[in-house]
Design a binder for this molecule. Structure first.
Ligand SMILES: Nc1nc2c(c(=O)[nH]1)N[C@H]1C(S)=C(S)[C@@H](COP(=O)(O)OP(=O)(O)OC[C@H]3O[C@@H](n4cnc5c(N)ncnc54)[C@H](O)[C@@H]3O)O[C@H]1N2
Ligand code: MOO
Length: 459
């Protein structure tokens, strides 16, 4: 994707290139640009001993999603809804999509010109007015031609379409209007879309479970459907933790804006899930968190929390999960950012994805745990990550271990890591096309590395 270069070139130039020296932020004594305080404070010291390798965390999340799919399958039948076409977008087909008619439903002109019957020259039928799309034509006797527009239903007896640029129509005194081919007669069947050449009525076009994309809506409409049957998407309850978070206005005093409520709410449909409600704000208080989690687990298949995953004085997630007898499937992942992310199974079967509070770390948590969980829940097989060369060196991360996920622009020469990749920073993410997956030791320019595409696309 090269568009960000042209559309947002200035912003991208600022964000590009890990190796470039960072501009000094205005009126701020804080270091910036890859020297995010949260990222440079060495969390190794208190990192969970149970942290699993990044790939394994993704596998565990996908396994959990498959479990959830088996569980959901039993209940899905009662919940299938018939949705008018636009409303079914993003869901999955409950049943195979069948064609309700032949496609095309009739022989159709593929070009503007004349429908001809048999070899030329031809007598031009009718008043000379063209058959246009939507009109039912009368049969065309042998030796006749009639003007047609692209998409028009062809008359019975038509053997080919002669394109307008290939034919010469002239009025003759003795015989009325005549048509001849400029060079040679069209071959039999030329520029005719035959009835049923795309599909026959009753034919299966797509299997059950296919994601309903704009293309699927178009195909369903072409094939005669007004509505599609689809079970609801997995439901997600979003709990945003942190007394310091503001929901509007500028960051003031010691308080910051909640970035994750808006980001995650908007991302869920693309991840194949539906939020049950607006993000719920939860106080930094263990009892409030316990109640919120227990309530959310009753209402939603997946509970997503933000913040409170670490071991700070106001981080209560671990304690509350223990109190609820949750089973921790992943407790910390060997990845930066996003290290303290977690995945748990709550007592009545709902899954909980605990995203770190630092916003870029939370996004890493979505890609590592939530996306594989939901994809597998929706029956999507994991595909190998695409690879692309790094256009610039990524230096090693010193004493730190773990896979690194770096927001990157994907251009014609490969992946260009972006500068603002600190775990509290979203500036580069907003311009990124993908996360480059880089080992802790770093990688030289030109090395092919896997990447996780951001399907929303920054272009
Ligand atoms: N001693 C240690 N401290 C920390 C470690 C560690 O291993 N040892 N890990 C660090 C890492 S890595 C991360 S990531 C964070 C994770 O912290 P929490 O998940 O507990 O998140 P909070 O403490 O609640 O918040 C962290 C940070 O993020 C801001 N935040 C929270 N929610 C939002 C939101 N919705 N929108 C915008 N910003 C948000 C919050 O204000 C804090 O600044 O822990 C490190 N610490
Ligand atoms: O570095 Mo944390 O990993 O700030 O997510």
């Amino acid at each position: 994707m090269t568009a960000p270069r042209t559309r947002t070139a200035d912003a991208l130039d600022v964000a590009l290139a890990l190796a470039n020296p960072a501009p000094r932020p205005p009126r701020s004594p804080e270091p910036q640009a890859g020297h995010d305080p949260a990222a440079s404070a060495d969390p190794e010291a208190s990192a969970s001993a149970a942290a699993v390798p990044w790939d394994e965390a993704r596998r565990i999340a996908a396994d959990a999603g498959r479990d959830a799919a088996r569980h959901a399958e039993a209940e899905a039948e009662d919940e299938v809804e018939e949705l008018p076409l636009p409303g079914a977008l993003g869901r999955r087909l409950a049943a195979p999509l069948e064609a309700l008619s032949d496609l095309p439903a009739f022989d159709t002109a593929a070009m503007d010109g004349w429908a001809v019957a048999g070899p030329g020259p031809w007598r031009l039928a009718g008043s000379g007015a063209a058959l246009t799309a939507g009109r039912a034509p009368r049969p065309l006797p042998d030796g006749r031609a009639v003007a047609v527009a692209t998409g028009a239903r062809l008359p019975a007896g038509a053997t080919a379409v002669l394109r307008s640029e290939e034919g010469i129509a002239e009025d003759t005194a003795e015989d009325g209007a005549r048509l001849r081919a400029r060079h040679r007669d069209p071959d039999h069947g030329r520029d005719i879309r035959l009835r049923g050449s795309e599909c026959r009525a009753g034919e299966q076009l797509l299997p059950a479970g296919t994601r309903i994309t704009p293309a699927v809506l178009g195909l369903a409409a072409s094939a005669g459907h007004d509505a599609l049957a689809a079970p609801p998407l997995p439901s997600v309850a979003l709990l945003v933790l942190g007394d310091e978070l503001l929901v509007k206005g500028r960051p003031t005093g010691a308080r910051v804006r909640d970035a994750l409520g808006p980001l995650l709410t908007a991302w869920l449909p693309e991840l194949g899930a539906e939020a049950i409600a607006a993000p719920r704000r939860v106080k930094d208080d263990p009892e409030a968190l316990r109640e919120a989690l227990a309530g959310a687990a009753e209402e939603a298949e997946v509970v997503v929390t933000t913040g409170g995953t670490a071991a700070g004085p106001r981080d209560f997630l671990h304690a509350v999960l223990a109190d609820l007898d949750a089973e921790l499937l992943v407790d910390g992942v060997d990845v930066r950012p996003g290290h303290p992310m977690l995945l748990a199974r709550l007592p009545h079967g709902a899954h909980l994805v605990g995203l770190p509070g630092n916003p870029l770390a939370a996004v890493a948590g979505v890609l590592t745990l939530l996306a594989p969980l939901l994809a597998a829940r929706n029956g999507t097989d994991a595909r190998p990550d695409p690879e692309a060369p790094l256009v610039a060196e990524v230096p090693g991360s010193g004493s730190r271990t773990g896979t690194r996920l770096l927001p990157a622009a994907l251009g014609p020469h490969g992946l260009e890591p972006l500068r603002y990749h600190g775990s509290a920073q979203l500036r580069s993410l907003a311009l990124a096309d993908a996360f480059a997956v880089v080992p802790a030791a770093g990688a030289p320019a030109g090395a092919a590395v896997p990447h996780l595409p951001l399907r929303w696309g920054a272009a």
